[in-house]
Design a protein around this ligand. Structure first.
Ligand SMILES: NC(=O)c1ccc[n+]([C@@H]2O[C@H](COP(=O)([O-])OP(=O)(O)OC[C@H]3O[C@@H](n4cnc5c(N)ncnc54)[C@H](O)[C@@H]3O)[C@@H](O)[C@H]2O)c1
Length: 385
């Protein structure tokens, strides 16, 4: 199939920038797609990070240290931007104003004010497509759960729980980095880092929290600074948000948690939905498994646990019996971005990447959560804002 090439620039050549390079390098993994990303330029303030791309990605024509030089290249169609949170506002706005499409990293601004400024730039440039990175819903098990929600299987929702749990920060000897400092990561702490991953599906399903009571924890107060001394850890390590959702005459509790200190969890993203007619659970802890419990009044209550086939949003060369992983979800997310860029509403499949409105929704929740932590009160979220 002939493929339309989308010429990409990458700003921020760290952990996530490289994940995009890897996904684009194995585009042949995907079947039946008529689009293909090509990374032609990169930018990083640290030349050594950009050098990795020059060494590994033959399509890169230019490497810059100032992103404005990359934006001046009229041959670039779209940009992936993966930089620390304090830089989202200025760089995302400049990208949007340059007329290039953007897949930005969450949380889409260090705080709500920064996010609103990004939203204004998006409104002023309706021809620019902007989406946020959030890959976990592309796991086949999560896609199955999305189909069940769209089919209205659950009956009356009883309760929802969604979370994203890490544990590498349990090691007190892990050195500090920008993700543990307020100036670079923001007041949201672990919510800014992990929270859009947790809220992406609930917000896609229309489950906007009407209010939130937050319990935020700082567990480790200082870490090695990498120079022989210690540095203060300023950001929230763990967050538990007890929310209430009011939709279509249904009112149910939704517990959202983002944790950097969850013993035993390397990178566990999960969602559990309990309903009167159907319940389901999916977790990347056991990425092949999905559990469901259909219920007829008076009938038995038996969980069915099955291995989900490798059946992702976009067809691939991988056989159905094999395992799906993190880098596969990144590849699928990139396919969704390129597909929507090229085909708009006529995408090959309908599950699109997280939208700026969904990112803005996550800011509404995190900002209310900070207020709740400060006051000890349940904070109402006004979605008309
Ligand atoms: N989707 C995910 O699963 C996921 C995972 C981790 C991080 N992230 C997000 O990705 C973003 C980046 O995180 P990361 O883990 O890749 O960080 P990182 O520290 O590995 O990489 C960030 C890069 O940005 C570069 N940089 C800093 N200032 C710059 C500037 N002015 N111009 C150009 N480059 C600059 C740094 O030198 C670094 O190479 C954050 O928004 C983070 O929340 C997403």
């Amino acid at each position: 199939m002939a493929k339309t090439v989308i010429r990409f620039g990458v700003i921020g050549c760290g952990l996530m920038g490289k994940e995009f390079a890897s996904a684009s390098a194995r585009w042949c993994h995907l079947e039946h797609v008529d689009f293909e990303p090509r990374i032609v330029a990169v930018c990083d303030a640290n030349p050594a990070a950009a050098q990795w791309f020059l060494n590994q990605v033959p399509s890169v024509e230019h490497a810059y240290t100032d992103y404005k030089d990359l934006l001046a290249d009229a041959s670039i169609d779209a940009v992936y931007c993966a930089v620390p949170h304090n830089l989202h506002e200025s760089i995302y706005i400049d990208i949007i104003q340059s007329g290039k499409h953007l897949l930005g990293e969450k949380p889409f601004g260090i705080d709500k004010k920064a996010n609103s400024a990004i939203q204004e730039a998006i409104l002023a440039h309706p021809n620019v497509m902007v989406r946020s990175s959030s890959e976990f819903p592309f796991f086949p098990g999560a896609q199955q759960l999305v189909r069940w929600v769209n089919e209205g299987r659950f009956g009356t929702i009883i309760e929802v729980e969604a979370g994203f749990w890490h544990s590498s920060d349990l090691d007190p000897n892990k050195a500090i980095n920008w993700k543990r400092r307020i100036a670079t990561n923001g007041e949201y702490g672990c919510m800014g880092d992990l929270g859009l991953h947790v809220l992406h599906l609930p917000l896609r399903f229309g489950w906007k929290p009407a209010n939130v009571r937050a319990m935020l924890s700082k567990i480790i107060h200082e870490r090695p600074d990498g120079k022989g001394g210690m540095a203060a850890c300023e950001t929230w390590d763990n967050a538990i948000l007890a929310c209430e959702v009011n939709i279509e005459k249904q009112k149910f509790p939704m517990i959202l948690s983002t944790k950097r200190m969850a013993p035993g969890h390397a990178n566990t993203w999960f969602i559990r939905i309990q309903g009167t007619a159907f319940s389901a659970e999916y977790s990347t802890k056991n990425p092949k498994q999905i559990a469901s419990l259909p219920y007829e009044p008076g009938g038995s209550q038996a969980w069915h646990v099955v291995d989900v086939p490798y059946k992702s949003a976009y067809d691939t060369i991988t056989g159905g019996i094999f395992e799906f992983g993190f880098s596969d979800s990144i590849l699928q997310m990139w396919a969704a971005f390129c597909d929507e860029l090229l085909h708009g509403k006529e995408m090959v499949q309908s599950f699109h990447c997280a939208t700026p409105d969904e990112a803005a929704g996550s800011h509404m929740v995190f900002t209310a959560a900070l207020e709740s932590e400060q006051t000890g009160e349940t904070v109402t979220i006004d979605w008309r804002e």
